[in-house]
Write a protein that binds this ligand. Structure first.
Ligand SMILES: Cc1ncc(COP(=O)(O)O)c(C=O)c1O
Length: 339
């Protein structure tokens, strides 16, 4: 029987889980690592899931429709690209506020999907850096005032973000591992993916360990590679330190499903990305590299021998070619010894 899809939106989810067997062998890993390759989503990241869920749940509640609504969001990254793609596929106009310094790939993809781009001045973001993540809200409210029939998707606090991962990403990992997953690893931007997946997995098997990947704050403040903004981690930031959760913790984050927070350096992140390219022919973005680096460290531990470790790998390295993400930097990577 033939199979012709009606829309790109029908292709979201059911991304593959791939065990990195050659990497395991090359590094002598004791645990097994199977990466969830979210770049197989049609607009290229795990954010496709939340963009579609947020739009379709609002449609189901009768709050929006293509003939009367303009979708609005403020984001520097993958959520904007996913919303732009699906807004186009469903016939919604889409206005996106963009942070300064957004990579050229992102800007061009947003243009390709016909998004209406509103640059946000650095001064307007000063409050966010001062007061924390909640200061994004007034920026979006301002866009709404300027947008007749605007509907803000509010990825930082919209519960449909968590729901997308609880209903889909978590069950996919559970089914594809036949319930044998032992450790799940992910980073926090909005918190939706680790919250939704972690909640689902823990309800199924309470001793699944959930580890949050945290970019090393020093590397974020002082990038170790030239020309890389925010330390190069893209989309994830530290939310927890010795004093507990910080002001950059979004509403959608779920600390109750977290067992451990682990810091990762950018050097370790780069090394993990390049090992994956070298041994598996897979090129992922930096947030994936950060989670993979932690997966490698866990898989080296004797206590994790034979355990199944699943890092969520949000997007593809092609999205960061303008930063030369593919280039091996021996001056920093040679110092990394995962043992
Ligand atoms: C590349 C990338 N990785 C990880 C994340 C974090 O995912 P989440 O928003 O589900 O916490 C994001 C999003 O902010 C992202 O764009």
């Amino acid at each position: 029987m033939g199979k012709i899809y009606n829309s790109i939106t029908e292709l979201v989810g059911h991304t593959p889980l791939v065990e990195f067997k050659r990497l395991e062998e090359a590094l002598g890993l004791k645990g097994r690592i199977a990466g969830k390759l979210e770049y197989f989503n049609p607009a290229g990241s795990h954010k496709d899931r939340i963009a579609l869920e947020i739009i379709e749940q609002a449609e189901a509640r009768g709050e929006i429709s293509p003939d009367k609504t303009t979708l609005v969001e403020f984001t520097s990254g993958n959520t904007g690209i996913a919303l732009a793609s699906f807004a186009a596929a469903k016939g919604y106009p889409f206005r996106i506020g963009l942070q300064p310094g957004v990579s050229v790939e992102r800007l061009k993809l947003l243009e390709a999907y016909n998004a209406d781009i509103i640059p946000v001045e650095p001064d307007d973001l000063a409050e966010v850096y001062e007061k924390g993540i909640e200061a994004f809200e007034p920026i979006i409210k301002k866009f709404l005032e300027d947008t007749p029939n605007g509907y803000a998707t509010y990825q930082l606090s919209n519960p449909d973000n968590i729901k997308a991962h609880y209903d889909h990403t978590g069950p996919e990992i559970w089914d594809d591992t036949d319930g044998k997953i032992d450790i799940f690893i992910g980073g926090v931007g909005t918190g939706g993916s680790t919250h939704g997946v972690g909640k689902f997995l823990k309800e199924k098997k309470s001793d699944v360990k959930v580890i949050i990947t945290q970019p090393n704050p020093d590397d974020v403040a002082n990038p170790i590679v030239d020309g890389v903004p925010d330390g190069g981690f893209h989309g994830i930031h530290p939310v927890h330190d010795d004093n507990g959760l910080n002001a950059m913790t979004p509403d959608n984050f779920g600390p109750e499903v977290v067992d451990e927070y682990q810091d990762i350096s950018y050097a370790e992140t780069l090394k993990a990305i390049h090992l994956l390219g070298k041994y598996e022919g897979i090129f992922v973005g930096a947030s994936s590299g950060a989670s993979l680096a932690i997966a490698i460290k866990e898989a080296l531990k004797e206590e994790n021998a034979g355990k199944l470790i699943v890092p969520l790998l949000p997007d593809n390295g092609e999205r960061y070619l303008s930063e030369d993400l593919q280039r091996v930097r021996p001056e920093v990577e040679d110092k990394v010894d995962f043992k």
